[in-house]
Every structure is written in structure tokens, then in C-alpha cells.
Design a protein around this ligand. Sequence first.
Ligand code: AMP
Length: 398
Amino acid sequence: MSSLPVLVLNSGSSSIKFSAYEAGAGEREKLFEGAVDGIGTDLGKFWMKDAAGRKLLDQTRSLPNRAVAFKLVADALHSSSFPSPAAIGHRMVSGGPTVLENQLITPDLIDEMERYTAFAPLHTPIAVYIMREALRLFPDVPNFVCLDSYFHRTMPEVVSHMPIPEEYSAMGVRRFGAHGISYESIVYQLQSNVPERLIVAHLGNGASISAIRGGWCLDTSMGLTPTGGLISGTRTGDIDPGVLLFILHKIAATTTNATEAADALETVVSKRSGLLGVSGLSNDMRDLREAIAAGNAKARLAVDKFVWTIRKWIGGLVAELGGVDMLVFTGGIGENDIDSRAEICAGLGALGIELDRERNNVRGAATISAEGSRVTVRVIPPAEDLMIVNHVVRLMGK
Ligand code: AMP
């Protein structure tokens, strides 16, 4: 295949990230990347950098809504300064129970994925909006969806099935997992060094952890939605369902509208809980570390809970895998928060996990386990955009 400029679009609840790669046979050259951030504010940021990290654009703009934000991106990409994309890859957290394969996007496919907005309520609305806009603004360019849930499709039914009545299972309610493109990119980067029993902890503002056997997903902490599993920046993670009922009863005392009540509950479990809820301060690990240094007990409790949950999950995943050969940390916290890695691994010697203090004193890719550690512990930044480009190139070749 000749060289192919591929654009990657990755939308979050208040941002749209994008990057472009020149994809030749086996070659992937990053051309540029950028983002519009702060959608819904007067002080939104719009920036682009070339592959060497030089700023091509750096603007502060009013970004009242996602329409204005995406129009900025599309206008910039249509200008003569950038190669027009020959294909576009979209990251999608979940396509619901009917869209499980990465594939060409059509208007019908977007409608189908939108039916399952409840499976990724913070991500799906903006992602489907961007897909429709991309089809409109780039009418001659094929667009492909790349699903986070795709990597987790190999989980056995005993893992993915939820203990609920059959009528809800039949509606597609089961564990799908998320961060799949990140996990896939770790396996991809390890290439022939993928161990038989691998645990990867993707610790960012959203946090999850997966057990991977021989390169295939066996289990992951997130469930139907990214709200399940580990405690995240603003999400509860797994929680006694009785707590949800307690909160719902409290909300029901303030409204008789069931949809309004469900939305209010969604806000509590997805936007006001986790590290933010426990600390009452911030969902950002850097803020929490600063507060801990200043003696803030609630920040300490929030981070202790985060660490404790991850340690518990590691224990469970080791049991599922029948041991572990390698533990990988990735995501903003996994890559950068030296203390979180040290606290998570402390006392896991019984599982063969031992960190080297000096080696762990690092940000970015490194091997951080001690010389005699039975389990190799590594830090590997994710390469999600590259993974999406790989899928697009594969699908273009079909
Ligand atoms: P992500 O969602 O992957 O971008 O990760 C965001 C999280 O990474 C936030 O909690 C940040 O505080 C955390 N993070 C980023 N850089 C650092 C750093 N240098 N030290 C500690 N935490 C960091």
C-alpha cells in the first residue's frame, strides 16, 4: 500500500484530541497532533504541534459548544498547511452489544451505537456527534470506528456475564471493559516479549486494570460502563449496589421525574465520587500529592483507597492468571506518579513483585523491578493513536 495520511479523532467529555500519521507499508510517521480543550468555556484552548513538538498553533478561544470546537479542527485540517486525510479513525469507548468490531462508519452504524449511550454516557454523545460531523465535513474520506471494547471481546462468559435477571442480560447488559485501545497498544509495544501472564494497570483520570493471557484479554476491572472497577478521578468504581439505592432514594425525595433522578444519580457516581469525592478537593493526582505533603488527611485517605483497591485487584488477577510474569503501569498516574507505583507494589513480595527504589524514580518508559524480582515491572506509555492507525490501515486493505 502506498503512503496514507490517517487522521485520528479522540473525543472526551470536554475535549477533542486529534493526530495525523503518514502510514506506509509497516511505517508510521507522526505528522502532527493537537486538541481543543475546555469545550463549554470562554477560555478554551486550541493547539497543534508538529512531530518534533514545535507549536504550530496556540490559541485561547471561546468554545461555547462542541460544534464550534470541531469546526475549528475541521477548518484547520482543510487548510493547505496540512495534508488532507485519506482515512479517519475514531476512538469509541463502547458501541453497545451489537457493534463489537472495528469497522467503516455509516450513518446507520452511528444510529445503532447511539442507542447504547447508557453504556458510556460521558463519552458516546460527543463521539457520535463528531462522527456525524466528520462524515459531513469530509464527505469523500472513509471513517472507521475503533472500539475500546474490542480488546476485551475475548473475556470468557463467566467473566463478562453479570449476575442479573436474564431479561437485562438479553438487553446487552454485561461487562465490556474500557481502555481497550491502550491495553492493545501495550501488547503491541511488547511484541514478541509479551509474557504468558501479564497484568496492565492503566491509571489515569479514568483507571482500570486487566489480566492478559498470551496477549489476549482474560479479565478487566471496568464493567458495563467505565464507572465500574477501580476508583477513578471522579468515579466510584465497584460499589455495593445498596449505596446506589440509598442515594437514589435521597434524590427521589427531590424529584418525581425518574429520568431526572437517574441523571442526578449518574452525576453522583461518575462526576462527584472517586478521588474527588473522598478528598473533597480534586480528582487530579498532582493536587492530591501536594495536599498530602501539606498534611491533608482526606487527600491521604483518597489516595490510600485508590492504592488499596488496585492492590486487591492485582491479587485477584494473579489468582485468575495462576501467577504473573509482568506488571505494566501506564496512563498519566502509572507513567508519572512515582509514589503511587511504590505504594501499590509495597508488600506484594509474596506475589513476586518487588520494585527497585532508584529505578522507580523515573517518569516515562522504564523497567522498575528489583534485580531479583520474580515479576518484571515496567512503565510503558500507551500508544492509542498508533493503534487506531494500525486498525484503519488494516480495514482500508480489506
Ligand atoms: P490521564 O487521564 O492518563 O491523562 O492521566 C491524568 C492523571 O495523571 C491525573 O490524575 C494527573 O494528576 C496524573 N499525572 C499526570 N502527570 C503527573 C505527575 N507528573 N505526577 C503525578 N501525577 C501525574
